[in-house]
Design a protein around this ligand. Sequence first.
Ligand code: AMP
Length: 557
Amino acid sequence: MDFADFAARAEEIEAESADLEITALVRDLFEESNDDLPIVARFVQGRVFPAWDSTTLDIGPNLCYEAIARAAGPNVTAADVEDRLAETGEIGEVAASYEFGGQRGLASFAGGGRDGLTVSEVDRSLRDLAAAEGSGSRDRKLDVLFGLFNRSSPAEARYLARLVLSEMRIGVGEGTVRDAIAEAFDAPVAAVERALQVSNDYGRVAELAREEGEAGLEGVQLEIGRPVQAMLAQAGTVGDALEAWGTVAVETKYDGARVQVHYDGEAVSVFSRNMEDVTDALPEIVEFVEENVGPPAILDGEVVAVEPREEGDGVRPLPFQEVLRRFRRKHDVGRMRGEVTLWLHAFDCLHADGEDLLEAPLTERYERLTEVLDGGVSKLTLTDDSEEIAAVEAAALEDGHEGIMLKNPESEYTPGRRGKNWLKRKPDVETLDLVVTGAEWGEGRRAKFLGTFLLSARTESGYETIGKVATGITDEKLAELTGLLEPEIEAQDGKDVTIRPSVVFEVGYEEIQRSPTYSSGYALRFPRFVAVREDKDPDDADTLERVERLAGSSNAT
Ligand code: AMP
């Protein structure tokens, strides 16, 4: 296909505002594209490389202005190009405003013989340009780009400039391309979508749809070394999760950087959340994978910066900013490795032992994860009990992590989607400071600790109960709380003890409901232990009146 034809189509698409019409125009473009279909399917989105490929053209705006200026003639400078850009605000408009390659004019006037660009030629030149590196690479890039502009008509120059600066913006999103592929080659949208998710290559999927139809699309498999988009989470509550799924898969939410790890037995590749190749910056993750992962495998997880705990017992996670000091680093990787230690927490498995697992339920993927990875597997707790969820959360926070993730145990891995199957538990909006008036002794190994605590709100005449909070945190924390509360025990009945009001807990919750279970007439839904308010006496604790007010406002919303 001539690049001029592509530019003409791009112009038509850009002028159209109705989505259905845009899809129809893209469909027509795909139908006309013949051998260039893969390239056209990328160009139309302003891409030269497939999404899984981290290669970039590495053409800064200045280089582009220089190339345009050079092609526009001896009287034009890069500064002139920038001035025009300041006026019009759009590089395509500026590029189209010059008359390039004066020597070409006569031939085209005579009809035929014009040295026109083709789509595949533009693609090849840009790939050559991307491959240029080392000394002299800037000049080489400039030469190639100049050569392309010099042979461009104004319309071609408009889309060439936008393509090289990744600013195509003709209104063609990923959904449009998906639908256009489906329409052009009579394939089900869902099959196109799945193939796109798995391959991250619009060009290849378009070609497969045309050559092999639905069966070809369904045969698309993950490839080790080519990243897929990460599955994303939405904010949600424990209540949402339990209501929707019954049983919930709960795990720590790590405060680090998302990684997808690929290992074929020879090479390890590590990709960021945006599918950027960050392998070289993370040598210890590479070593860890080489030593502990059974190939071939694709794992999903989080890399966290850690430091040894002073107590000499394991490591403590550091804030996410510390990971960033390592993540995309190109220089001084060795030195920084000494300064910031990284750990991998893997929580999902997309491929194991030659088998793609995207469509397998989470529980099965997790099982496979534990089989291919030795150590570094995030702990997954399956439960239908909100107290157990609260305990996992308390333990995660106690260990210095960000919170918890709630996942649907039956759900598939849906790349790139912010679906409802992964919920990051929302932080509590408001907390209450409540008095501990009772407790229960733990069981088994924890029989010597007080485990569940009865909470009360203050009234004019005393205290009224409102809920229980389980603090199934670390043994250390339980010992500390037991030490604090045991001297205050007033009475004991089996495992239940009554405690003299003296200690105040800060407690989070998702909702306050009316309930006959507790003497206050209210109950906290999904209470969560936050901290001991050492600075507060029972007289400073929250009142039942405040609880009533909060319940009123939460019911009103
Ligand atoms: P957010 O960045 O707030 O949208 O939260 C979602 C992110 O949390 C994911 O993209 C992951 O990078 C990160 N994350 C941390 N721990 C987990 C986990 N156990 N499961 C899934 N994502 C996690």
